[in-house]
Design a protein. Structure first.
Length: 755
């Protein structure tokens, strides 16, 4: 069988011919599967995505086997003589999914794209007649909306929506070329049909108006303007944007349509020449700069994001800004890009994207001036017209967006000042900002909605691995998958690093990959990658480099803290600071999402950030410095717990303590109520301190802390429940007081890299 024997169509109904005879594709799911493969021709489509297209969010338990059955049916349809276990030449398996192999001679979509690229090259070279011929030829490949006759739920998938937008962009380019070549009739029928389906797409409607006027249908062109102006006012509370206004003026002035890059002049239909003839601006293709969408999970956050947008976008006087924050590697950009793709059809004037590199390891942060100049170039402003002053550049940029509907994604911002010159100032545009900074000023000064991402839950983490590795491989080793997701602690970047290692070594079992992680637990060695942008430790370091020296030092020392969370007084003891100074540094760390203030006044690490901080502590601080920091911390907890025990049970027996050294600062507790509240809040931390002290050779301090806490446990009727098995269960071993505790061994908490 030769490759020429089969021909595919997806630009309209999904159809297949073999040797000139059209084939019966079977049921709706076989058609939907084939349509998805054809839309992604030549690219692997992961099994998880196929399942999502065929069954949506609630697939049956047999979905994986049903996908295999559908694939087998399609293979036998395309190549009837194929053996039962043959792979075939058209439909191949690999990279966790399937791909279809075809070319521009056998698939209408690829032929459309080849002609489109050739036509755009002709337009760029100034040959408008040739460009119009090629571009209209490319459009002739479309026999209706892509992938018709498949279920509506499957047709709603982003892959087909992207294809629809690709058609509209091609139609607008064809209209520009046809108008420039004086051939408006060549695109007029398609412009009319597309305008009926997209009644608020102002760039499309402006071209329709110019084409109608150029063919003599001036009254119809003016009627189009009246209809869209009325609809914009009724549905969005907006006036027509700049392109529609310019097209309207050109029609009124009977101005001949201009080729891209040319200006038009004309005379109004009234008596006498016009003082100033309006000009049709340089035609620019609708910018579509959004990166590729690799979204998985985050259903709750996405629902919230879409809800925020729907509630604000109806208000004509609202500037909609959404700030997405979170720790490094948590998936801020992934969510923002997917969100932008989901709503891009609401912003027909285009999507602008820039990576501001706010935490770039080289320090090469993109300046606002560079970003604004890039946007102005995208919007068609010639270089010689770009002002030198940033404020004037920003004013021109905002003027270009006024009255239009753009989506602007500002990725990886350093802080609010980094994005302020790039914010649209008028309604109708949506701005998405991602940052490791909390962007508090953006919320308070600009009314932005803040959305902070947390690590993925167990189900979402597993979905990410299934998407990257395929359901067959993950289903075969569920225990290994569970261990991998637990050791990655829900961090998407860590999961992606592990998935990449497993995918590039398909002969490795997932149990072996999990064992690598287990053996490296306490360090980030297992997450190292050649690509620095995908190395967990390196990415974390980009955030820590943005800290002040004092905050960076506190971050490292917090890696030595054994408990689940820390307060400002404990952090002050660890770093040898005053409490107000420590509180300010914790705020700085929280602002960059290096710690999380999960309840007021209590700060916690993500597991991998804790490992990163501990590694930095062992790299940047020698043994005596680390021991001194932990000494201060443990004595802080010991003397505060002892004072609290005396307040809640002043007459109970206990081991007396020597006075606290000068550098020990116990928390002041005014009465027994405050003491009981402190002990309750610090319960888990104190158990961790006892455990860490006992395992670092400081058994006496562990015993003294046990003695101090027994009053609390007696009061709470806890007995000794919860003490680590290695901790002395009675204080009698510690009956002989010593002047002061000093650790006799190197602090062993947490684990660090060898060497």
């Amino acid at each position: 069988m030769t490759p020429e024997a089969v021909r595919f169509a997806v630009l309209g109904p999904v159809r297949v011919w073999r040797a000139g005879t059209e084939l019966d594709l079977g049921g709706s799911r076989e058609r939907a599967l084939l349509a998805l493969l054809l839309v992604r021709a030549g690219q692997p489509v992961e099994t998880a995505e196929i399942i999502d297209v065929l069954w949506g969010p609630n697939p049956p338990g047999t979905a994986l086997s049903m996908v295999r059955r559908h694939v087998g049916s399609l293979r036998r349809l395309l190549e009837p003589g194929l053996p039962a276990r043959g792979t075939g030449r058209w439909l191949l398996r690999g990279a966790g999914g399937y791909r279809i192999v075809t070319d521009s001679d056998s698939l209408d979509l690829l032929r459309f794209r080849a002609l489109l690229a050739e036509g755009r090259r002709a337009a760029a070279a100034g040959d408008q007649a040739r460009a119009a011929e090629l571009l209209t030829d490319s459009l002739s490949r479309w026999q209706g909306p892509a992938a018709t006759a498949i279920p509506a739920e499957a047709r709603a998938h982003e892959a087909f929506g992207t294809l629809d937008r690709e058609y509209l962009a091609a139609l607008k380019d064809a209209a520009d070329a046809a108008l420039g070549a004086g051939l408006p009739a060549a695109v007029l029928p398609r412009l009319r049909a597309a305008a009926a389906d997209n009644p608020l797409d102002e760039p499309l409607l402006s071209r329709l108006m110019l084409a109608l006027s150029a063919t003599g249908a001036r009254a119809e062109a003016l009627a189009v303007h009246r209809a869209v102006a009325s609809r914009l006012a009724d549905e969005l509370g907006m006036d027509p944007g700049a392109e529609l206004r310019d097209a309207h003026a050109a029609v009124l002035c009977r101005t001949p349509p201009s080729a891209p890059g040319e200006e038009a002049t004309g005379t109004p239909s009234g008596e006498g020449p016009a003082d100033t003839a309006p000009t049709v601006p340089r035609a620019v293709s609708v910018p579509a700069q959004l990166p590729y969408d690799t979204f998985t999970g985050r259903r709750a956050e996405l629902d919230l994001a879409l809800c925020l947008l729907s509630s604000d976008s109806e208000a004509a006087d609202t500037v909609v800004i959404n700030a997405i924050g979170g720790m490094a590697g948590v998936g801020k950009t992934t969510l923002a890009v997917h969100w932008a793709h989901r709503v891009s059809d609401r912003y027909p004037d285009g999507q602008l994207y820039v990576n501001l590199r706010g935490f770039d390891p080289s320090g090469a942060v993109m300046t606002p001036a560079e970003a604004v100049r890039g946007f102005l170039d995208t919007l068609g402003v010639p270089p010689e017209r770009v002002p030198r002053d940033l404020d004037v550049q920003s004013a021109l940029y905002r003027d270009m967006l006024a009255g239009r509907r753009f989506l602007v994604l500002l990725d990886n911002a350093r802080d609010t000042e980094h994005v302020r010159p790039l914010l649209p100032a008028v309604p109708g545009c949506l701005t998405l900002v991602t940052s490791r900074d909390q962007l508090t000023d953006l919320v308070t000064a600009h009314g932005a909605h803040a959305l902070t991402l947390r690590p993925l839950d167990v189900t979402e983490a597993r979905e990410l691995l299934v998407r990257r590795l395929g359901g067959e491989r993950t289903d075969a080793e569920p225990d290994a998958v569970a261990e991998i997701t637990a050791l990655c602690a829900g961090l998407p970047l860590a999961l992606a690093c592990v998935a990449a290692r497993a995918a590039t070594h398909p002969h490795f079992s997932l149990s072996a990959v999990a064992a690598e992680l287990r053996e490296a637990h306490g360090s980030l060695d297992a997450f190292s990658r050649a690509d620095a942008s995908a190395d967990v430790g390196v990415v974390f370091s980009w955030s820590s480099r943005a800290l002040s020296p004092a905050a960076a030092r506190l971050f490292r020392l917090l890696g030595l803290h054994p408990g689940p969370d820390v307060t400002a007084p404990a952090a002050a003891a660890l770093a040898g600071l005053t409490v107000p100074a420590a509180r300010g540094l914790l705020t700085e760390l929280s602002r960059l999402h290096l710690v999380n203030e999960h309840t007021p006044g209590r700060y916690a690490f993500h597991d991998l950030l804790r490992a990163h901080a501990a590694e930095l502590a062992h790299t940047e601080h020698d043994g005596p410095a680390r021991r001194a920091a932990v000494d201060r911390l443990f004595r802080h907890y010991l003397h505060t717990a002892h004072a609290a025990g005396l307040l809640i049970a002043p007459y109970a027996d206990g081991i007396p303590l020597d006075p606290a050294p000068a550098d020990t600062r116990p928390e002041p507790l005014a009465d027994d109520e405050r003491a009981l509240a402190w002990l309750t809040a610090e319960h888990a931390v104190l158990l961790a301190v006892v455990h860490a002290a006992a395992h670092s050779g400081a058994e006496r301090l562990a015993c003294l802390l046990v003695s101090s806490l027994e009053r609390y446990f007696d009061r709470q009727a806890h007995g000794t429940t919860g003490w680590p098995s290695s901790t002395p269960r009675t204080p009698r071993r510690c009956a002989t007081p010593t002047p002061s505790w000093r650790p006799t061994a190197s602090v062993a908490w947490p684990a660090r890299r060898a060497g």
